[in-house]
Design a protein around this ligand. Structure first.
Ligand SMILES: [Zn+2]
Ligand SMILES: [Zn+2]
Length: 163
């Protein structure tokens, strides 16, 4: 049996793909060679977004801060919807976890987990991305909600209690 790698588009034997139970055919979309290459790139990027991912985020959200509306391009950054500290290694810097903020809002948001932003990340992505304890707590609603204001906008901060 063979399968077409969604990255290099080559037909390869199914043994050349890592297993992934979450996917329809039980295999990763990328072949092992492409998967390794991607992992290496992520490592080199220090876990941050690639140029291509940044472009995609700006295309999706526009060139303005999603919180305060600042459209000074020199101040805009591509930020993680879910902070990297609660994500598994090399999982946070994906397109689905990217959005656009200005430096100031990004600084205030910092490492907070914002309830309103959890909904912006597709469930499948979230499940594979979050560290188990956080994933469990968030899915089960086991957290404290604290109101937080970021540059005049109201949000709800999620405080997960980890034993
Ligand atoms: Zn490939
Ligand atoms: Zn802003």
């Amino acid at each position: 049996m063979s399968k077409k790698c969604s990255k290099c588009k080559k037909n390869k034997s199914v043994t050349e793909f890592h297993k992934n139970k979450a996917r329809k055919d039980g295999l990763e979309g990328y072949c092992i060679v492409c998967a390794c290459e991607r992992k290496k790139k992520r490592r080199e990027n220090g876990g941050d977004f690639t140029l291509k991912q940044k472009e995609a985020a700006f295309k999706r959200f526009g060139h303005f801060c999603q919180i305060c509306g600042n459209y000074d391009r020199n101040k805009l950054q591509v930020d993680h919807l879910m902070p990297q500290i609660i994500c598994n290694p090399n999982t946070a810097s994906v397109e689905a976890n990217a959005w656009v903020l200005c430096v100031s809002c990004n600084r205030i948001k910092d490492k907070r987990i914002i309830l309103e932003l959890i909904a912006k990340v597709p469930r499948n992505t979230l499940r594979g991305m979050l560290v188990q304890e956080y994933a469990d707590a968030i899915v089960k609603g086991l957290f404290e909600k604290v109101p937080v204001t970021i540059n005049g906008a109201q949000f709800t901060e999620v405080k997960v209690k980890i034993n």
